[in-house]
Design a protein around this ligand. Structure first.
Ligand code: BGC
Length: 688
């Protein structure tokens, strides 16, 4: 065991600052920086770099022999790319998410990564924002559950060590106005506490060892200088003792934010307010020594930050053994199998008129057309830096093994639509599968959109196909919800495929043929038009709810939060609400009946609307869910416990609550009961 206090004591100010410096290995760090103790953490290490050699330099050639943190953005896989997070969240499958996060970590660890900049637990109401693809959707309760699963997955021990998780971006980053990354954010403390903070609290309660701050602002401060968020909330209220890491060059950004006049002042502010690690702005490295010299009382702050970093490294087991070994074969068959399972559960069936799907007759001649017929790149999605398009299965590669008579025809984004050619191709086919949507660089950091429609020549292509009177099955790839009202009229079936990762083509084939029955449900509302944005299901209660309207269209989304179809139908009946032995636990029971010949994996959702409160609440809020397999022709009673303490403060729970509880297949449909709850008792008021 290293004596950390003794180690701290013998460090010079320069060496201390080194421990608070995280550099981009590609563009900023030199091996001498490691040797001379100027850097304690690195990111952006290429696959060709031997990370053990970097640790060796630190452990053998530097004076203090402190191991390195080696970070990476393992957002949806490392080399084996899984569905993008918003797609994965549509599985509502916490076990699968935890397992896959753990295996992605194993692949990253095999390359020496010991700090993962994830989970991203931001929430947004604006699909124009490019980073919506990294989120778990719009609901704070669901995001919190997924945050916990992901932290557990990342921090589950490997090789006797812990890889540290770094939930991000603390906080309110998704509130950027107009969906414009890095833009102004302005929201109330009520919204902060009820929407943006809960997923971070959950991630830290699950033991996340570090946290990353957001590029944006809260109240009158950039977050990098927010005393309220860092001192009041994070350290005092939540008692977080782990390491607070800035986002990329964020400390330096206090200058353009207009709250620091130069880098000297920026580093002084950031250290004073508690940012432990400076990620890539190098201002600690270049200015902190002078800051400390001028303000000796700040050395205490410096020491606390350094001690937190040293404790982190000790907790992770790095002082005992900083070296890594291959604990799993990168891109191995087992990892691909998990990527396939995740993709199977991420594809959302939005529409299926007259049961066009599944395609049970594989002898059918179908036309597969559009920009993504044999494209591999689209499936990687954003934030897949170590992914390789060659490892992805295209739609064509997936389908051609099964549909021997299929005809494949690529229409590239800039091609003019050759109407005669596609008419000819369509003549003797029974159905048309059209691949549509956004390339992967249409989402991700600072990849925002002004429009939410299908880009390039795709509307023209769909218009042409619609004139042939053949059922159209649309496969749509995207990093966000799109406003596809027109496509929705023209296509008989729509499968929302997001960016599905390496197994895309195989999963799409499984779903199209019915080998896999789609089970995913949306975690973000799909608007009808761009003008409905911001749009989300859990808006606050308003004074004239019946008057909320537009003169040129209604408020209804195209597809609501929680929506997704299967092949076959589930009937809900016999809803009951009870108290369990635990005084705060309401239990909802509902009977599910699978009336079809397909096995159905149903995501049962429970929402509550609170009828009378001391403060504003959402019109409806998700408060429980369960994913259950119901075999063909079978019934099952599903029981869901609602943790009211996650939704109400203790004082609110002491009062009498009147709750409308809805159990159903999505946020708009379900069986309802209104109950009164007080002192461990529940009275039924009405049923519908
Ligand atoms: C992003 C973070 C990311 C960091 C390191 C920043 O630009 O906002 O999410 O973890 O870069 O790559």
């Amino acid at each position: 065991m290293v004596d950390l206090l003794a180690l701290l004591k013998k460090m010079t100010v320069k060496q201390k600052i080194g421990q608070l410096t995280l550099l981009d290995f590609k563009n900023q760090a030199r091996l001498e920086d490691i040797k001379e103790g100027r850097v304690g953490a690195l990111l952006n290490i290429g696959l060709d770099q031997d990370t053990n050699e970097l640790q060796r330099i630190s452990m053998e050639e530097s004076e203090l022999k402190i191991p390195l943190l080696i970070g990476d953005d393992v957002i949806h896989g490392f080399q084996t790319i899984y569905p993008i997070p918003i797609a994965e969240s549509c599985s509502w499958n916490l076990d699968l998410i935890e397992r896959n996060t753990h295996f992605a970590k194993l692949e990253a660890y095999s390359h020496g990564i010991n700090l993962i900049f994830a989970p991203m637990v931001d929430i947004t109401h604006d699909p124009r924002w490019g980073r919506i693809m990294e989120t778990c959707g719009e609901d704070p309760y669901l995001t919190s559950q997924m945050a916990k699963a992901k932290v557990r997955g990342i921090q589950k021990a490997v090789d006797g060590k812990i890889v540290a998780s770094c939930p991000k971006h603390f906080t309110g980053y998704g509130a950027v106005e107009a969906g414009l990354d890095y833009n102004t954010t302005d929201y109330s403390i009520h919204r902060l506490k009820n929407l943006y903070l809960p997923p971070f609290k959950s991630a830290l309660d699950s033991g996340a060892l570090t946290i990353m701050s957001a590029f944006t602002t809260f109240n009158d401060q950039p977050i990098a200088s927010s005393r309220f968020l860092f001192e009041e909330i994070l350290r005092k209220e939540w008692g977080f003792e782990g390491v607070l890491i800035s986002d990329w060059a964020q400390i330096e950004q206090l200058i353009p934010h207009g709250v620091a006049k130069d880098k000297y002042e920026a580093s002084l502010k950031a250290l004073s307010l508690g940012i432990d690690i400076d990620l890539a702005s190098k201002v600690y490295l270049e200015f902190l020594e002078k800051v400390i010299e001028d303000n000796p009382d700040l050395e205490e702050k410096l020491d606390s930050a350094v001690l937190r970093v040293l404790k982190l490294k000790a907790k992770m087991g790095l002082f005992d053994n900083p070296y890594t070994k291959k604990v799993i074969k990168p891109l191995g068959a087992d990892l691909r199998k998990m990527a396939k399972e995740a993709a199977d559960e991420a594809i959302v069936l939005l529409k299926n008129d007259s049961g066009v799907l599944p395609l049970t007759n594989t002898e059918e001649k179908i036309l597969v057309i559009g920009p993504y017929v044999d494209d591999k790149d689209v499936h990687l999605g954003a934030w897949a830096f170590k992914g390789n398009p060659k490892t992805c299965i295209s739609v064509k590669e997936g389908l051609e093994k099964t549909f021997k008579k299929a005809v494949f025809y690529e229409v590239k984004p800039n091609d003019s639509i050759n109407y005669d050619k596609i008419k000819e191709l369509s003549l003797d086919v029974s159905k048309i599968i059209v691949t549509l949507g956004e390339p992967r660089d249409y989402s991700g950091e600072n990849h925002n959109r002004q429009f939410l429609d299908l880009p390039f020549n795709q509307n023209e292509l769909v218009d042409a196909l619609a004139t042939f009177n053949k059922p159209i099955i649309a496969l749509v790839f995207s990093g966000r919800p799109l406003a596809i009202t027109d496509l929705n009229k023209k296509a008989a079936s729509i499968l929302w495929c997001w960016h599905l990762g390496v197994e895309a083509g195989n999963s799409i084939t499984s779903v199209l043929t019915g080998e896999v029955n789609p089970s995913a449900k949306l975690t973000q509302t799909f608007p009808k038009t761009l003008g409905q944005v911001p749009i989300y299901y859990n808006r606050y209660q308003t004074g004239r709810p019946e008057l909320l309207s537009y003169v040129d269209g209604n408020l209804e989304p195209l597809y609501p939060f929680g929506f997704g179809l299967h092949y076959g139908n589930i009937k809900y009946s016999q809803m009951e609400v009870k108290y369990s032995a635990d005084i705060l636990q309401l239990v909802v029971k509902v009977l599910l009946e699978n009336e079809s010949n397909y096995p159905i994996y149903e995501i049962v959702q429970v929402y509550l609307s609170s009828k009378y409160n001391q403060k504003l609440r959402p019109v409806k809020e998700l408060c429980g869910f369960k994913k259950e397999m119901i075999e063909p022709g079978c019934q099952k009673t599903v029981e869901i416990s609602l943790a009211l303490e996650e939704h109400f403060e203790d004082t609110e729970l002491m009062n009498e609550l009147t709750l409308e509880i809805m159990a159903g297949p999505n946020s708009q449909e379900g069986l309802k009961q209104t109950v009164q709850v007080k002192g461990g008792q529940v009275w039924l008021i009405s049923k519908s």
